[in-house]
Design a protein around this ligand. Structure first.
Ligand SMILES: Cc1cc2nc3c(=O)[nH]c(=O)nc-3n(C[C@H](O)[C@H](O)[C@H](O)COP(=O)(O)OP(=O)(O)OC[C@H]3O[C@@H](n4cnc5c(N)ncnc54)[C@H](O)[C@@H]3O)c2cc1C
Length: 581
């Protein structure tokens, strides 16, 4: 039984030397848990969501906005992804009136999910929350959803062929940067020689500067956008094996492209946070589906504050005009829902779309501006997400009997990376996000992210499922004999923007050359990578620009109203003259 969806442009033991450190045992999850409790990091999202905002780049951790004292604005937002909803929350908190238009039947965009006819939650993709997601955590606290994330063991787990488990283990009694140094020195995912070269490369990176001068380090990191991570890493002494065994899966998980194709900026931004902030590398996952535990509470907050969602209302066209002095302004947005059509008018318009969405929306004439034309130099990366439900516990490596029973969940409860499959990262959602995914009498629900997605896009679902389940078996030979009882495939033609070298300068700011038209979206200019955190941050930035322009936007509204009534009077005069003839 399989579901399918296509979104177009929208403690294992190892006997292999090198994988195990002498004297170090791989732990069963239960044992790992005990270790974590000894080396506890702060994991609640309460007041000081970590040490993140102290001694950190301001771009990533903006201060709280000042209370808005200007005129109330009517704002129309196109797109109900995280960026659109983050913009809405910020604007509503400042007292504005907000309407959100979403062409799909569900909210959340790339982190959305919905329930199919058989009651299965279908996700757009596997989502993991890094501990440095300050802006997103702030949003979750605002909407009362801070309890909806489950903290995982503070270790990054790599599953290699034959169930050899490698770890980058950040559990250490002392925090950053020592916990990171320890993680890299003790990782069993790399052999000694690669580890030493890895250490040299990281020691020569701006990450070290970030410890004392985060703004300066961020500037250096931004300037490294023009080269690939591989070029940077190899030039600093890192090895190809480190890239293949450790960094490629991480790069794929971050940007759906490998180290040869991802910009050094993208990877080093994350590294600098991991190195300097104890909790940045701590992973969290939602208790259950995004619709219930992420978008749901945000939607409720928005509605409670008077915001309105208009689902299945897609924006077809941005209507605009030019004044005598050559200034361009939006006069309305043309919306449609099935056969219904309407024009929406507001004081400010925010396009919080994905990359293919914004490309379709920008009026061709606006491409005269380099600002808008640059957007067309960004492309979306295809990605395919596969869910496989089993009649047993695939990642349970300790106890074969436990893996075959269906009374209790068993296995690895964390995000899992792999260098040995076409999916770079995956998780057993029945363990990581049990509220919606653990079902009594059923086993693992693996969610696997196929990267690069390109070769899988044209394949029929049966073939994709066949290939993925075969690769799962190669990673977990002990799952031989378990059956896939249900599966789903979600293809996204253009997902994240391709964070390739040299692309960062083409990301548009949230403030545009058109006075009453703003952008939001994870692809827009912000210091984080294309992610949930980036989307949330972009929304905060868009809202700040709109509030800054409050008075100006009201002046424009009055001018437009005056011009419209003038036009109406002229039209009436013409009609009179005609009727006289
Ligand atoms: C498979 C997958 C796994 C991921 N994993 C992670 C992860 O682990 N951690 C992480 O931080 N990030 C992850 N991401 C990235 C994250 O999901 C995105 O960066 C983020 O959700 C983008 O939010 P957004 O609001 O900018 O864009 P979107 O979520 O794409 O929202 C844009 C919205 O605009 C709507 N829209 C577009 N055009 C129109 C129009 N004309 N009219 C009306 N509506 C329109 C779209 O339908 C959509 O709902 C993942 C993404 C994918 C695809």
């Amino acid at each position: 039984m399989a579901s399918s969806l296509y979104f177009p442009a929208t403690s294992a033991t190892s006997d292999t030397a090198g994988f195990l450190l002498p004297g170090r045992r791989h732990c069963h999850p239960a044992v790992q848990l005990r270790t974590t409790q000894r080396f506890r990091v702060r994991s609640s999202l309460d007041t000081n969501v970590s040490d993140m905002s102290t001694n950190a780049p301001k771009g990533l951790f903006p201060p709280e906005p000042e209370h808005y004292r200007g005129p109330k604005l009517k704002v129309a937002i196109i797109g109900a992804g995280l960026a659109g909803m983050s913009t809405a929350v910020e604007l509503l908190d400042q007292g504005h009136e907000v309407d959100i238009y979403e062409s799909r039947s569900f909210i959340g965009g790339k982190v959305g999910s919905f329930v199919d006819k058989r009651g299965n939650h279908i996700e757009m993709g596997l989502h993991v929350f890094f501990g440095c997601y300050n802006n997103l955590f702030r949003l979750l606290k605002k909407v009362g959803a801070e309890q909806n994330l489950l903290v995982k063991d503070h270790t990054h787990t790599f599953v290699n062929k034959g169930s050899q488990i490698g770890e980058l283990d950040f559990r250490f009694p002392i925090g950053a940067p020592l916990h990171g140094i320890n993680a890299f020195f003790t990782t069993n995912q790399l052999k000694t020689y690669d580890k030493a070269r890895n250490a040299v490369a990281l020691a020569l990176s701006p990450v070290v500067r970030a410890l004392v001068d985060p703004e300066g380090a961020m500037r250096v990191i931004r300037n490294l956008d023009s080269i690939s991570f591989s070029d940077w890493f190899l030039s600093k002494g890192g090895t190809r094996t480190s890239i293949q065994r450790m960094w490629d899966p991480v790069a794929y998980a971050l940007g759906f492209i490998d180290c040869d194709n991802i910009s050094a900026r993208c990877m080093l931004t994350i590294f600098s946070l991991f190195a300097t902030k104890t909790e940045a590398s701590l992973l969290r996952m939602l208790k259950g589906s995004p619709d219930v535990y992420l978008s749901g509470p945000i939607r409720k907050y928005i509605i409670d504050k008077g915001g309105r969602f208009h689902l299945r209302w897609g924006c077809r066209e941005i209507l605009y005009d030019r004044s005598a002095d050559g200034e361009t302004y939006v006069t309305g947005i043309a919306m449609s829902k099935a056969t219904s059509k309407k024009t929406v008018k507001a004081d400010a318009y925010v396009a919080a779309c994905d990359v293919p969405g914004i490309k379709r929306l920008v009026p061709p004439q606006w491409r005269e501006w380099e600002f808008f034309d640059n957007i067309y130099k960004l492309v979306g990366v295809p990605v395919v997400t596969v869910q496989l439900r089993y009649n047993g516990w695939v990642t349970e490596l300790q106890d074969l009997e436990r893996s075959r029973q269906l009374r209790q969940a068993a296995g690895l409860d964390n995000l899992l990376y792999t260098p040995d499959a076409d999916f770079s990262c995956f998780a057993d959602l029945a363990l990581t996000s049990p509220e919606d995914y653990y079902i009594e009498g059923q086993g693992s629900l693996l969610q696997c992210v196929l990267t690069p997605g390109d070769p899988y896009m044209p394949l029929p679902n049966d073939e994709i499922i066949k290939r993925v389940s075969k690769q799962v078996l190669a990673l977990f030979p002990s799952s031989q004999g378990l059956e896939v009882t249900w599966s789903s495939v979600v293809k996204i033609g253009q997902s994240l923007y391709r964070e390739a070298p040299g692309k960062d300068p083409f990301r548009p700011d949230q403030k545009t050359p058109v006075r009453n038209f703003f952008l939001a979206g994870s692809y827009t200019k912000q210091d984080y990578i294309d992610s949930m955190e980036g989307a949330t941050l972009s929304g905060r930035q868009a809202s700040a620009y709109i509030c800054d322009a409050g008075e100006d936007l009201v002046t424009l509204r009055k001018n437009l109203a005056a011009m419209e009534s003038q036009e109406l009077i002229q039209a009436a005069n013409i009609t009179d003259e005609l009727s006289l003839v």
